[in-house]
Design a protein around this ligand. Structure first.
Ligand SMILES: [Zn+2]
Ligand SMILES: [Zn+2]
Ligand SMILES: [Zn+2]
Length: 290
């Protein structure tokens, strides 16, 4: 099995080489780290699923992969306004200090002089604003999920994490987002590069998730249950439909604590080296005079 390790020492394997227990462990760790580092993120995700999405019955044919695997239904964006989409988006993905600025820039079409990274979000959200009703129509007209359909409604070329998060929010069951940290792990595991070949990456991730399911006899509801944040963080409410599939895949690679752990480990190693060096100095000092 080909294995790579990232900075924190966690291996970066393809999803298909992981056991369900390992996937569950990684997702639990991701949820617990999220709850520690950004208390609002998991709560926001939990609320957004209930406020902005509906769980529609699976309308796939009997021969469809998801239907054959006990699929109960798919998440679909409700008929919400761009304003509501924007509120949810900024609360999940934009730093608290920039939220109002981003909203103003998108609503009023004004310029944005914030950090360059948030500029990417503003640019992409402005494109949504130009044709929100048309986009909403296409989004709501789609009734498949990432497990059963590799065509996914054509997202425009996605080249940064803010765009990826927009398309994932639009197609919660079909498009996996990435961020600065997960991007490296996804690439090291051998998937197409997220910021360069986004849809190919998405297709490969879901194909591998299907392989795990087939190898370990997981049904679609079991796959959704691999991510059960309400079991990891008791304040959260269970979702009747289970977790959106994009969250399950995302959290296999996304761990807000991993980067911090790597920094902590490096600091501990440096301190240990220094203590060893000092201990050697003391020994040398004690031994030399005799
Ligand atoms: Zn289905
Ligand atoms: Zn499906
Ligand atoms: Zn299907």
């Amino acid at each position: 099995m080909q294995q790579h390790r990232n900075a924190s020492g966690e291996s970066c394997e393809r999803i298909s080489s992981l056991l369900p227990d390992e996937i569950r462990r990684r997702i639990t760790d991701s949820n617990r780290q999220s709850a520690r580092g950004r208390p609002n993120y998991l709560g926001g995700e939990n609320r957004a699923i209930r406020s902005d999405y509906e769980f529609i019955a699976c309308s796939c044919g009997e021969d469809c992969w998801c239907k054959r695997n006990a699929c109960a239904g798919h998440y679909r964006l409700k008929k919400i306004t761009l304003d509501q989409f924007l509120e949810t988006y900024v609360s999940l993905w934009i730093d608290r200090n920039f939220r109002d600025k981003v909203k103003c820039a998108v609503r009023e079409g004004s310029g944005f002089s914030g950090r360059w990274r948030a500029k990417n979000a503003v640019r992409a959200l402005k494109c949504l604003r130009e044709d929100w009703l048309g986009i909403l129509d296409r989004v709501r007209g789609y009734d498949k999920c990432g497990l059963c359909d590799s065509t996914v409604p054509a997202a425009p070329h996605v080249s940064n994490l803010y765009e990826a998060k927009i398309w994932s929010q639009l197609f919660y069951d079909s498009i996996v987002p990435f961020d600065g940290e997960s991007k490296g792990k996804i690439t090291k595991a051998g998937y197409p590069r997220p910021a360069r070949d986004f849809l190919a990456m998405n297709k490969a991730l879901f194909r591998d998730l299907r392989k795990v399911a087939e190898a370990h006899r997981l049904k679609v509801p079991d796959i959704r249950q691999l991510d059960s944040p309400w079991l990891d963080v008791p304040q959260l409410l269970p979702q009747p439909g289970g977790q959106p599939l994009s969250r399950v895949v995302d959290k296999i690679f996304y761990n807000p604590g991993a980067a911090q752990q790597a920094r902590d480990l490096a600091r501990i190693n440096r301190a240990a080296d220094q203590l060893n060096a000092e201990a050697e100095d003391v020994l040398t000092y004690q031994v030399l005079p005799q």
